[in-house]
Each structure stands twice: as C-alpha cells, then as structure tokens.
Design a protein around this ligand. Structure first.
Ligand SMILES: NC(=O)c1ccc[n+]([C@@H]2O[C@H](COP(=O)([O-])OP(=O)(O)OC[C@H]3O[C@@H](n4cnc5c(N)ncnc54)[C@H](OP(=O)(O)O)[C@@H]3O)[C@@H](O)[C@H]2O)c1
Length: 344
C-alpha cells in the first residue's frame, strides 16, 4: 500500500464482542486496510442511519469484522495505481460497500477502488460533498427513478417522507430545485419552517400516513420519495394518482409492507426500489451531475452540522431514535473547517 506514511491513524472500528458487535475509536496501523488500488486521505465522513446502526452494534450493516465503519468519505487522493486520479484530487465515495463489506470512511485513511470514486464537482467544497454523502446520492437516485418513470414538474404534487432526515431533506431540496411542487411529510410538523426553507410548499403530519389506510384512498400524489417503509409506504401507494410512482429506499418506519395490490392493478401505480450501494459508476456520476445542477449549496449548509471524529458514536444515537435532523458531517482530517477560510 504505497503512499500511506502515517504509522497509526484514528478509526472507528467495529469488532465482535459479547452478544454482538461494538464500535470504538482506535489508533490503527495501515496494514488493517485492504489494498484496493487507491489510497485516500479522508477529510470528512458523515452520519447516515446505517452508520448509526453500525456504531451502536445493531445488525444488518456490518458484514465482517473487524471493520472500519462509515459508508461515506470525502478526501484527497494520496496515491493511485492508475493515472486518472493524480495525488491531491478531491474525491468522494458513498456506499459501494464502504462500512459494510469494505473498510469505511470514519478513519483518517481509506483504500478504495478508483472506479467508484467521484471527483467532487467544482460547485461543492469538500465538506459540502460530505454533507451530500449517501443521503444526497440516494435522494438523487430516487428523483432519477421517478423521472425515468415519466414524472415531470407539471404532473402534480410530490410527497417526501423522512423530511427532517438527511435523505428526505435533500430530496426536498433537489425536487424543489428542479421545479416540483413538494409536500413534506414529517413527524415534527412544529419545525415546518425548516422544511419550507428547503423548498417544501406544504407540510403533512406523518400521523396521517401512519393510520391504516383503505386499499384505495383519495388520489393525491403524482409521485413520492419514501424513507419510511411500513404503513407509511402502504398509505402512499393507496393515495398515488393513476400512473404515479413512489421511489422507496428506507425502513425507519418498518420493513414490512401492509399494502394491497389494488393500487397496482386499478391505478397502474409503480413501486420503484432504490439501492444506493450497488450501483454502476455511471449511475453514481449521473446522480452527482444532478446534485451539481439542482442542489443549492447554501440550502445544504443550512441543514448541516459538523462534529469531530470522536463524537461520531454519540451523535449517531439521535438517528437511531428517529430524532436525526439534517446532515451531520464528521470532520476526520482536521485540516479544514466547514465554513472556514482554509481549503475545502
Ligand atoms: N436504500 C438505500 O440505498 C438507502 C440509502 C440511504 C438511506 N436509506 C434508508 O433510508 C432511511 C432514512 O435514512 P437517513 O440516513 O436519511 O435517516 P435520518 O437522517 O435518520 O432520517 C430519518 C427521518 O425519518 C423520519 N422518521 C423517524 N422515525 C420515523 C418513523 N417511525 N416512521 C416514519 N418516519 C420516521 C424522521 O423525519 P421526520 O421527523 O421529518 O418525520 C427522521 O429524521 C433509513 O431507513 C436508511 O437506512 C437507504
């Protein structure tokens, strides 16, 4: 592993423990990393729901141990086997098995596949790219899927659930930036101003979607982006307009789907599954092109907090309790401050 010069570096490492896994901030040596061709000096990571599960010993994310947690990273290439990414190139990587089957971004160094990396678009700083992270990538993939299905801004209102969370919030901003009428569904309607600032035109209390729905309810949404799953997703399906679609990627409200086939066979609605992890490099770059085009960096700043690496586990607890708000960027490299004057 060529260009790693540090003898040790800090990393959140998930290890097997009594009754499951547990994560701790450790000083590790570079030989822990796999040689995957490109070494990145990590400047920032971020916290997503999956990171919260991994850091708190919940099952379903970490596929092997010991494993460095963190499904996102943004940093500078320090060495690469191919010529395409010269040292110093600012790159970002979300998903692609990071923090699940490969060592992830909650560490000062990472070794990754060059083809998974995206060069950070000029519109964003390093910290803003980290704030986008998996949440923004997923939001962009969801909007892509809806548009491939035929959704256009003049089709009618688009519902977004998980609105105060990372993926939901960025879906609101992206859709509004592209001219859609966005309705934000939230469990915290009292904080609606924040969602309006992101571009939501109106607010729906999530409780309306959590009540068991009839198989076919009033047709309301031309499209929807869903972070919740469970009864919320079933209610969305029942109230999509004829030919509408919902892009579903989350399960904060449950992994079951207590729905009926009626909306599919009587209204021709579609359920579009979104997986941000196993996507092609082309799809990843197309999603970043959309983010670069439609996401206003100042909106991103308004919903982002920066925390030090040591605080990652404590900060992640709020996500597990459904109290996540906006995006939490984890400062790893220590060289750059979020809105500071230094590089980044
Ligand atoms: N498939 C993929 O590739 C992919 C990628 C990214 C994320 N995800 C999944 O998407 C979901 C959201 O991820 P995230 O990182 O955006 O999480 P997050 O930042 O923690 O946001 C989740 C939001 O969901 C809402 N919520 C909380 N409890 C809920 C409940 N019981 N029912 C319905 N909504 C609830 C809350 O917003 P309000 O208070 O505004 O309602 C919360 O802020 C997670 O399940 C995550 O695993 C999947």
């Amino acid at each position: 592993m060529s260009a790693i010069t540090s003898s040790t570096f800090p990393a959140w490492v998930v290890r097997d423990g009594e009754g499951g896994t547990s994560a701790a901030l450790e000083q590790v040596t570079p030989d822990l990393l796999e040689d995957r061709g490109t070494t990145v000096r990590v400047l920032y990571s971020s916290l997503n729901y999956k990171d919260a599960l991994a850091l708190h010993g919940r099952p379903g994310v970490v596929r092997r141990t010991p494993l460095i947690a963190g499904i996102d990273l943004t940093g500078e290439v320090s060495a690469s086997e191919g010529p395409a990414l010269p040292p110093g190139t600012l790159v970002t990587l979300d998903g692609a098995g990071l923090g699940e089957e490969h060592h992830g971004g909650l560490a000062a160094l990472a070794d990754v596949r060059a083809e998974d990396l995206v060069v950070v678009p000029a519109r964003f700083s390093a910290a803003q790219a980290a704030a986008i992270g998996t949440a923004g990538l997923t939001a962009a993939l969801a909007v892509d899927a809806l548009e491939r299905h035929g959704l256009t801004p003049d089709a009618g209102p688009v519902l977004v659930t998980g609105a105060h969370g990372g993926s939901g919030g960025l879906a609101i901003a992206l859709l509004a930036g592209a001219g859609y009428e966005v309705v934000a569904a939230t469990g915290r309607p009292e904080a609606a101003d924040r969602l309006r600032a992101l571009g939501a035109q109106s607010i729906l209390d999530r409780a309306e979607l959590e009540a068991p729905s009839r198989p076919l309810a009033r047709e309301r949404w031309a499209g929807a982006v869903d972070a919740a799953g469970g009864q919320v997703l079933a209610s969305i399906l029942a109230s999509l307009r004829c030919g509408g679609a919902v892009a579903a990627f989350g399960l904060v409200g449950g992994s079951d789907l207590p729905a009926s086939v009626m909306p599919f066979i009587l209204r021709g609605v579609s359920l579009l599954g979104i997986d941000s992890v196993r996507i092609s490099p082309q799809a990843r770059r197309a999603a970043w092109d959309r983010l670069s085009r439609d996401l206003d960096p100042s909106l991103l700043d308004a919903i982002t907090r920066v925390v030090p690496l040591a605080a990652a586990k404590d900060e992640a607890a709020a996500l597990l309790e459904g109290r996540g708000t906006g995006r939490v960027v984890v400062q790893v490299g220590g060289r750059v401050s979020y809105r500071g004057t230094a590089a980044g």
